[in-house]
Structures are given as C-alpha cells and as structure tokens.
Unconditional design. Structure first.
Length: 284
C-alpha cells in the first residue's frame, strides 16, 4: 500500500530523501511510506492522543511534512540521524507531556552538541572514511556514481575539517585546539550548507582494478610457490631427478593455478558495476 500523502507531496520537493516512498525498511509495515510519515507515526506513538491533535486536517499534515523536509534538507540531516533523535526524544518527558515538538528541537535531539575535542576526533575519523574508506553505488541525476560513506554529526564539523585537512590525524589536539575551536565556532555561527556528497565515477566495464605490474607479480609468486625444488645431489655426481609423472603433475598444478587466476580476473571484469551494494536513489 502506497501513501497518498507522500505521492501528493513528493512532487513539490522532488528527490527529497525524506519524502520519497521506499520499500526497503527493516520493518515491513513501513514499506510504502516516506521517512517523514514514519516519523510522524513515531511521534504519535510517543505522544498518544496529544500529537495528532495538532493536525486538524490532512492538509495540515502535508504542510507539516513540507516544512520539516525543507528544514532537514537545509541543514543536511539524514534519515539515519532521526533514529538518535527519536531515542533522545523518548527520554524527554518535558517535551512528551505537551504533545508538541518544533523542528529545531528535533534537529538538536538528532545532533547533540559535540564538544570541540570530540568534533576534532570525528573530523579525523570521518575525513579518512571520506577519502580512503569503502564506497557504495548510488544513483544520481548524472547516472550511477560511487559515494563515500562518511557521516557527520553536523555540517560545521565537516567544513572546519576541510580547513584543517592537512593537520587531521597528523597533530595532537592540544597543539591545534585554539585554532580549531575558533574556526568551528565560526562555522557554527555562519553555516555554509549541508555536507556535499563525495562522488566518484564507476570503473569502466572490463577494466580490472589490479595494475598490470601487480598482476605479473602475483602470477610470478604463484608459479614460484608450486615450482619443484632444485635437484639436490645425494652423492657427488648424482642428480635427484623427478620422474616424468611428477613433472607432468607439476605442470598441471601450474596450469590450474594460472587458469584460476585468469578466471578470477574475468569475474571481476564481468561484475563491473555490480561490485558494490545495490544502488539507492539519492538527491544532489
């Protein structure tokens, strides 16, 4: 069953990850609904009988989705971050008892204030993930791309990390904390926008990820590992020769090993675009 609300509204904010109807939720009962509709239902469950009273019509609910989606997109909040927000909201009886919740408060619940030192640690870790970590295939307006999997608790940390990228992981926090804290505070006061996606082109079909020199080295190592040892003289002038059957067996082992290496290479070439997770649609 597909939600009429998501279908009605998603056309006014195309590509929003908060409004697109999805079918890959862990809970099958959520399939056919957008993230914001599921969020609305979670609020209703945490504030039974109180939350729903804020919406006198279906249009009011659509307007709520519109406003919250735009705020989430503006600050770069991701659906995965809403889980922490719900977890923190469940502990806030001072909010739940009134049955109302504004978007700014919920964003703060999704992104608790991070100390400057914790922000530095996050920057060191996520910057490494962004440029050296594994990537996933995503669908963009320009076709499939490979996206990094870095996650940031707030955009200000990313933009500050970008300023200090040459120092990340290279210097101790105590050495840089004064400059870091000053820059972080400035980026928090004057946000530059959401964290941009770090996208890369997919490898062309038929291209192998292993360099030719590396392939040659691996083949040589493989042959050396199965090559028979040099004959050792048991007595002076006498050679310890392999029998014809043993020589043939060694040759078959070498050919089988090379065939397996070539088959492995062919599989990588054939898989091409499919070497990563199933694509998920994202907006840019």
């Amino acid at each position: 069953m597909t939600s009429e609300i998501s279908t009605t509204y998603s056309s006014t904010l195309p590509g929003s990850q908060w409004l697109v109807v999805r079918s890959d939720y862990e809970d099958p009962t959520n399939n056919g609904f957008s993230v914001l509709e599921i969020l609305w239902n979670e609020f209703d469950g945490l504030m039974p009988g109180r939350w729903a009273k804020n919406f006198t019509s279906q249009q009011a609910k659509i307007n709520w989705m519109k406003a919250w989606a735009r705020h989430f997109e503006t600050v770069g909040l991701k659906p995965a971050e809403s889980r922490l927000g719900l977890f923190n909201l469940a502990k806030r009886s001072d909010i739940l008892k009134w049955g109302t919740l504004d978007v700014g408060t919920f964003i703060e619940l999704c992104r608790p204030v991070t100390s400057d030192e914790d922000a530095w640690d996050e920057a060191c870790e996520q910057w490494k993930v962004r440029f050296k970590g594994p990537r996933v295939e995503v669908m963009t307006e320009k076709g499939p791309k490979l996206a990094s999997q870095d996650t940031w608790s707030e955009p200000a940390i990313f933009w500050t990390a970008r300023q200090f990228q040459t120092q990340l992981g290279q210097v101790e926090y105590e050495v840089i904390k004064e400059r870091w804290s000053k820059a972080l505070a400035k980026n928090r006061e004057n946000p530059k926008g959401p964290v941009p996606q770090n996208l890369a082109d997919l490898a062309l079909p038929g291209k192998c990820s292993i360099e030719p020199a590396e392939q040659k080295r691996k083949i040589q190592e493989l042959i050396a590992s199965i090559r028979p040892p040099k004959p050792v003289a048991q007595e002076r002038g006498q050679r310890n020769l392999l029998s014809d059957a043993e020589i043939e067996q060694r040759k078959r082992q070498q050919l089988a090993a090379l065939a397996e290496l070539e088959a492995s290479k062919a599989r990588r070439q054939h898989e091409g675009h499919h070497a990563y997770r199933q694509p998920e649609t994202v907006s840019r």
